[in-house]
Design a protein around this ligand. Structure first.
Ligand code: FHN
Length: 593
């Protein structure tokens, strides 16, 4: 739905809605606690979620007073994420408030921010109206701890952003930290300054609830309310906030209110769920470097290539990507973020139809990349995202049983020939990839989609090869993450520095028996301790050092007996104590006497 100035008819309807809301805002407890969408039908929910599902890509903005210290307090660099500096540095409230005097974002250009998001291909923006430090970016009537009263800038920062979003047709959402508030008495999370002591129920009643009402009343259409960190929230507290969302008919909320309310969306943070999240709308929120709020010395930027592949990976699993920027205290989005957003936008300009309005891949796993799909008026298009260009120019779409109507490279609209083969459909590609990061082929199929589930299976000699590209990678978010690297033109699981990360494969055995499990691994220093789990049977393995992270050697992990034909599962899980990162190219099951 496009933002527009409120018409008399819309004002009347909004008035009716508000009247209905007011009518239920003072009744008995059970009624107050009801989720406004409790009686929504599936069709109504689908209609409400439609724009969000179509969007797939949004901009997260973490902005506040923490951008002033920008990671440094009393000449010391404070570890962790920038917006947590008050907590991590145990900064007394009175002292932290002084930073607001330097929060003067004179270079703030909301029009340029919205245009940048739009250029990147983003359809919505979610900005921190108030983060855990309690500082409001808006003119709040219930506190002086806001940009109008406490900062020299003295103007509401959300109003012009809302205006720019309306102007450019970008949806606007507000993040609001409803539980953690380190300055207002009673807010959760402040363990270091007694000046903040207070009653949390009173805080919710007198600060959080009226502020949520302000942000949902004073800024026009608000598409998303993004709660965060439900510390010490219970149902009673959540019930003081929950009914307020009725102020914005159709608003979408996330799962972080607390009090047992699931909201509309799940929000995996700093990681992409290995196989998506079934039966729930979900949005992976992620940073471009290692912080949400600006930190002057965090230069650990992800490459534009990785951001593009993350967007595609997320869309291929049916989720949205909420990608963060942390502007400076002067009001500038860091140049490194601007460059990356523009690079993503360049890719989107050619390929956005393979992202917007798509749903998850129908394939189990693809060695060469990812797939998204879209059905319009009964016609299905598969978007083949090729990360690894096949050397022989022949791309196998495994298990696809449909006839092909048309195959086109989105880059240049070039038509491609296809042929059906025993294992699926083969697309004939030009020799070189038009875009080495992700070239997209739009494959229009005839009729209803028919895909056989194809998993790695036994070769004629009985072996099963589980390659790095086919692994389901489980990263925890924060800390290290396993990445799929390419070295000497071969994919491997790399950067496995965090022992909470683990991998698994599904595969098919049709000739059961005893198997030796081995892996092509490279381990640098000491031996790497890992659990090998095959169909729930666990064994402890110590993979010896191979002498370096590029020194690949075959290591035998153990033997297993698989006595039933069918689908099986193999997992590798680190043992925390003495964990040594291993790079893995393949795991091999070979029949053993
Ligand atoms: O504590 C916050 C953090 O600062 C940041 O806002 C993220 C974004 O999802 N949420 C919380 C941690 O889960």
């Amino acid at each position: 739905m496009k933002h527009k100035d409120i018409s008399p008819a819309a004002a009347f309807l909004a008035g009716l809605w508000l009247f209905a809301f007011m009518a239920v805002s003072v009744p008995a407890q059970e009624e107050v606690s009801s989720w406004p969408y409790a009686n929504e039908t599936k069709e109504q929910k689908d209609a409400r979620m439609a724009w969000w599902r179509d969007a797939r890509f949004g901009l997260f903005i973490h902005w506040g007073v923490y951008a002033v210290p920008a990671g440094t307090y009393k000449d010391k660099q404070i570890g962790g994420i920038g917006e947590w500096i008050m907590c991590r540095g145990q900064i007394p409230i009175a002292e932290y408030k002084q930073f607001a005097r330097q929060f003067n974002p004179v270079k703030y250009d909301p029009d340029a921010w919205v245009k940048l998001a739009k250029e990147a291909g983003m359809k919505y923006i979610v900005i921190t109206s108030k983060h855990h430090d309690g500082f409001a970016l808006f003119d709040s009537k219930v506190t002086d701890w806001d940009v109008v009263d406490a900062a020299p800038y003295g103007k509401d920062l959300l109003k012009p952003l809302a205006k720019a979003c309306r102007k450019h047709g970008v949806k606007l959402g507000f993040y609001y930290s409803q539980a953690q508030d380190w300055t207002h008495p009673g807010g959760a999370g402040n363990t270091w300054d007694p000046a903040q002591a207070g009653d949390m129920d009173e805080y919710i009643k007198n600060i959080a609830a009226p502020q949520v009402k302000e942000i949902l009343t004073n800024y026009g259409d608000i598409a998303v309310l993004w709660w965060d960190t439900p510390y010490d929230m219970n149902k009673q507290r959540a019930d003081m906030l929950q009914p307020l969302i009725a102020l914005q008919p159709g608003i979408i909320t996330n799962n972080r209110l607390g009090g047992g309310y699931p909201g509309d969306t799940d929000t995996p943070e700093q990681h992409i769920p290995a196989t998506g999240l079934k039966d729930r709308d979900w949005e992976a929120c992620m940073t471009m470097n290692d912080t949400w709020g600006f930190k002057s010395y965090d230069h650990n930027w992800k490459s534009a290539e990785m951001l593009i592949q993350n967007l595609v990976d997320i869309a291929s699993k049916g989720g949205n990507y909420l990608l963060n920027v942390g502007p400076t205290a002067e009001g500038e989005i860091p140049q490194a973020s601007v460059e990356r957003l523009k690079a993503v936008g360049k890719w989107m300009k050619v390929n956005s139809q393979s992202i917007y309005g798509t749903s998850a891949s129908p394939f189990a796993k693809l060695t060469w990349g990812r797939c998204t799909q879209k059905t319009v008026r009964g016609k299905t298009t598969l978007y083949l995202h090729i990360f690894d260009w096949p050397a022989a120019g022949k791309l196998l779409v495994p298990g696809l049983r449909n006839e092909i109507r048309k195959a086109v490279l989105l880059a240049g609209n070039r038509k491609l020939k296809t042929e059906s083969a025993q294992d699926g459909v083969i697309v004939n590609l030009p020799a070189a990839a038009p875009d080495p990061v992700d070239t997209v082929v739009a494959l229009q199929i005839k009729g209803e989609l028919k895909v056989d589930k194809i998993l790695p299976s036994q070769k004629p000699d009985g072996t099963v090869e589980l390659s790095a590209a086919l692994a389901d990678i489980h990263n925890p978010g924060y800390g290290g993450e396993i990445k799929l690297e390419t070295r000497d033109a071969v994919r491997n699981l790399g950067y496995w520095t965090d022992p909470r990360c683990w991998v698994e494969w599904s595969y098919v055995i049709d000739k059961p028996g005893k198997f030796e499990v081995s892996a092509m691994v490279a381990v640098a220093e000491a031996e790497c301790p890992v659990e090998l789990i095959v169909d729930n049977a666990k064994q402890i393995v110590r993979i010896p050092s191979t002498g370096g992270y590029a020194a690949y050697t075959k290591a035998v992990l153990g033997t297993v007996t698989i006595d039933k034909a069918g689908e099986h599962n193999l997992q590798l899980k680190p043992i925390k104590e003495n964990w040594q990162p291993a790079n893995i190219r393949t795991v091999l099951l070979s029949p053993s006497p």
